[in-house]
Design a protein around this ligand. Structure first.
Ligand code: MTE
Ligand code: MO
Length: 385
């Protein structure tokens, strides 16, 4: 697949694909190409790449080659749901609080909406994001809701309460040591992490009510974490004295890697939690003799120092980070590539945070067996005609 895509072709494709033309929706969801600008094709796109469609398991990824918005439109945002989507009536819905608290309690949606509202731009990716999907399990949205710490202030959490468990209303059958049990989606956070200033229970996405598929009426947002932490259809919060060990903390979303533990190399298993420093080249456009390289970077919220681009065997060059970026948003970056020569080129990016952490090359990422967490530098190839 080495052809250049014209603006018209791209527009009609995008319209057909999202049904925007028929719905009469604003064109902002369509890649904004300036007059005379064209998209350059990557030559490394997997054959079975099928963005925008829901797979049998309900997963949907974006076409990162079409990223042109700082905020991902809610209808485009990627979807990962491990159990069937629960039906929740927001009128009768109650968020239940239980466990090592002064006394159990409940909040209706009206109770939550009456509290001081906060808004945060938070981007995240699925811990299972990967090259085969062109890293399309990622997005950035503007979430509105209530700060979790201010809710917790009223719970009289007992001193033994050290872990906060978040249950989604979605359930599924799990086979554990040959027993069939029904389990609810759940994740937990240590108390101190749950009380972090930016952690929120969200009921709005991009200024509108949270869509059902993204967790309506309520979801947890843990800025700086992989997507798995952001429990959708949040219906119950339970305080206990130990970590939750369910499927999504103790079995799946667990990275088996070989790493240094006090001077000894060991195989270790860690729950996917804080987002590893990462950048991805997503899109290349061209106008006349000038190319523009665009991508996104994500991390745990440590301020980003730089994103750099390397073309073929050239030096690392500093890209421009979108000034709308916040610590917890994704960071879009662009780089002007003047007068590229004809032929195939390799482009790679690397992110550096202010603590001096540098995104590792693929070969320097600690050896791991499981496919979760893919922060290595990702060289991409394009054909300039
Ligand atoms: N209740 C519940 N929350 C969930 C999930 C789920 O299956 N059930 N999937 C998680 C995973 S793995 C990811 S990557 C994000 C995806 O959020 P999105 O579908 O809104 O993009 O939600 C997380 N929260
Ligand atoms: Mo995920």
């Amino acid at each position: 697949m080495k052809k250049q895509i014209s603006r018209r072709e791209l527009l009609s494709r995008a319209a057909a694909f999202t049904g925007l033309a028929t719905l009469g929706l604003p064109l902002s969801a369509i890649p904004a190409l300036a007059q005379g600008e064209e998209v350059i094709s990557f030559t490394d796109v997997p054959e079975r790449f099928n963005p925008g469609a829901r797979s049998d398991s309900g997963t949907r990824y974006i076409d990162t080659r079409e990223i042109d918005n700082f905020i991902t439109p809610k209808d485009d945002f990627y979807i990962v749901s491990h159990y069937p989507q629960p039906e929740i009536n927001p009128e009768t819905f109650r968020l239940k609080i239980s466990g090592l608290v002064g006394k159990p309690r409940e909040y209706s949606m009206d109770d939550l909406r009456a509290l001081p509202r906060i808004e945060r731009t938070v981007g995240f990716e699925c811990g299972g994001n990967q090259k085969a999907l062109l890293h399309g399990l990622a997005g950035n949205a503007w979430w509105g809701g209530v700060r979790l710490a201010s809710l917790m202030d009223n719970w009289d959490v007992r001193p033994e309460g050290t872990e906060v468990v978040f249950f989604g209303a979605d359930k599924g059958e799990e086979e554990i040591r040959r027993a069939q049990v029904e389990m609810q989606f759940a994740r937990s956070l240590p108390l101190e992490e749950a009380r972090r200033y930016d952690v929120m229970v969200a009921f709005e996405m991009n200024g509108e009510p949270l869509p059902a598929v993204h967790g309506a009426p309520l979801r947890l947002i843990v800025p700086g974490a992989y997507g798995i932490a952001n429990v959708k259809w949040l219906s119950h919060i339970h305080i206990q004295d130990r970590r939750w060990m369910g499927r999504f903390m103790g079995k799946d979303y667990v990275t088996l890697r070989h790493r240094d533990v006090g001077g000894e190399m060991m195989w270790t298993q860690d729950a996917v939690s804080g987002c590893l420093l990462k950048s991805v080249i997503a899109r290349v456009t061209r106008r006349g003799n000038r190319c523009k390289i665009t991508g996104f970077a994500l991390n745990d919220g440590t301020p980003m120092e730089s994103v750099e681009i390397k073309i073929d065997d050239g030096p690392w060059q500093t890209a421009t980070i979108d000034p709308r970026s916040t610590d917890y948003s994704w960071k879009l970056f662009t780089y002007d590539w003047d007068s590229p020569t004809k032929g195939e080129h390799t482009l790679v990016s690397r992110a550096t945070d202010i603590k001096g952490n540098v995104q590792p090359r693929q070969e320097d990422v600690a050896k791991k067996i499981t496919y979760w967490e893919n922060p290595g530098q990702w060289p991409r190839t394009v054909e300039i005609s």
